[in-house]
Design a binder for this molecule. Structure first.
Ligand code: PLP
Length: 395
């Protein structure tokens, strides 16, 4: 009989020849448990998803209650479904006034697709500007605005009219013109290896978009919902986007994404043609119920306010001559090391010693540190101890 691992390799589509091949039986809080009961501290939160930790009881309860009422009833936007309405209401209540219209989809990439379409439709323009080293997802539209040629070239032709500016480079903002439908940018770049832009840059970007009638799309799929120490990362920069993208942590572990804009902009999807964006499962009632519960826990437990202190502790502990830089904001951090080989060996040793971490898609010499926001000081000390031991072992 084949083992689970053999079946996984045989029947589950593989996209690399070197999957991690870890097998977990259950997850709770910041811990993942394998079949032998060995506990691992999750320092990556399933890539920015498990902000509340795994198996939050309030999220689980909300899911169970909704499952007992109804699951899928109808394609998005026709029936008045309580979980969708209540979740949108709650999101809007914590967002700036111009972000009051929430379109729920199933994933980050779908939020990107919806936002790009909306920007083209609303402005009547065709040109899109994105950033070098960006990551916005893996569907055709999202791939078109990805700032890394290696991942794109095999899938051309992609969307026409996309050009790229350097992230955090004020000079390039001149390329935004009255022909530009939108600029899509991660408020803090994730897969580039966690790059925090300057406040002055973000404010100049906002200004240039205003001057040219260009919509500013902020992709906070990885950075929002407390990850950086603010509920939304744009709060660090004193700007507000025209379209905000959320996913990952939005569903409290369930799959859901959203693009959020003003009623005025979103209204463009209603005419010429009607049904400007369609999804069957977007805003699935169970995912919305989970997302609402997750947002309530995040706010009620004031988790966001604990993040800066945890970042400070991480930064205090993560000191070693082989660490070139610890960069990022809040619990969205990167430890930069010499090169990929060193990084990979250190990551493998961390995993063997019960700490889950990885590297970034566009930055393979840095290690990802993005634990659930509920991580305690003791757990941070333990995790940093394992990381430093691994660094000392190889460097
Ligand atoms: N945008 C950013 C900044 C991301 O980090 C990701 C995923 O890693 C996406 C978009 C795509 O999200 P999804 O994988 O849900 O399609």
């Amino acid at each position: 009989m084949l083992t689970l691992r053999q079946l996984f390799l045989a029947n589950n589509a593989q996209t690399t020849d070197f999957p991690l091949l870890l097998e977990f039986e259950r997850a709770e809080g910041v811990y993942l448990y394998d079949s032998e009961g060995k506990a691992y501290i999750d320092l990556i939160s399933g890539i920015g998803v498990s902000n509340l930790g795994h198996s939050n009881p309030k999220v689980i309860e909300a899911i169970k209650q909704q499952v007992d009422k109804y699951m899928h009833l109808m394609v998005y936007g026709e029936y008045v479904q309580t979980p969708q309405v209540r979740f949108a209401e709650k999101l809007v209540s914590v967002l700036p006034q111009n972000l009051q219209s929430v379109y729920f989809v199933n994933s980050g990439a779908e939020a990107v697709e919806g936002a790009l379409k909306l920007a083209k439709r609303f402005t009547g323009r065709q040109q899109i500007i994105a950033c070098k080293n960006s990551y916005h997802g893996s569907s055709h539209g999202a791939l078109s605005v990805m700032g890394n040629e290696d991942f794109k070239q095999a899938y051309r032709p992609l969307l026409p009219g996309v050009s790229f500016i350097r992230f955090n480079n004020p000079a390039d903002l001149e390329l935004i013109s009255t022909q530009t439908a939108c600029v899509i940018i991660e408020t803090i770049q994730g897969e580039a290896g966690i790059r925090v832009p300057d406040i002055t840059y973000m404010q100049a970007l906002r200004k240039r978009c205003d001057e040219t009638g260009t919509l500013l799309i902020l992709d906070e799929i990885q950075a929002a919902l407390g990850r950086t120490g603010k509920l939304f990362a744009f709060e660090h920069f004193g700007i507000v986007p025209d379209i905000l993208l959320l996913a990952k942590a939005l569903g409290g572990g369930m799959p859901i994404g959203a693009f959020i804009s003003s009623n005025n902009i979103m209204g463009a999807l209603k005419e010429n043609p009607i049904l400007g964006h369609i999804t069957t499962f977007g805003g699935h009632p169970v995912c919305c119920a989970a997302g609402l519960a997750a947002l309530e826990v995040l706010l009620d437990e004031n988790l966001v306010a604990t993040v800066a202190e945890k970042e400070a502790l991480m930064r205090k502990l993560l000191v070693h001559p082989a660490i070139k830089e610890v960069r990022g904001k809040g619990l969205m951090l990167a430890i930069e090391l010499k090169d990929f080989d060193t990084n990979k060996k250190i990551i493998d040793r961390c995993i063997a010693n019960g700490i889950i971490t990885d590297w970034f898609l566009h930055c393979d010499n840095a290690m990802r540190i993005a634990p659930p926001l509920i991580i305690t000081a003791d757990e941070i000390e333990k995790a940093c101890g394992v990381i430093l031991e691994a660094i000392s072992y190889y460097c």
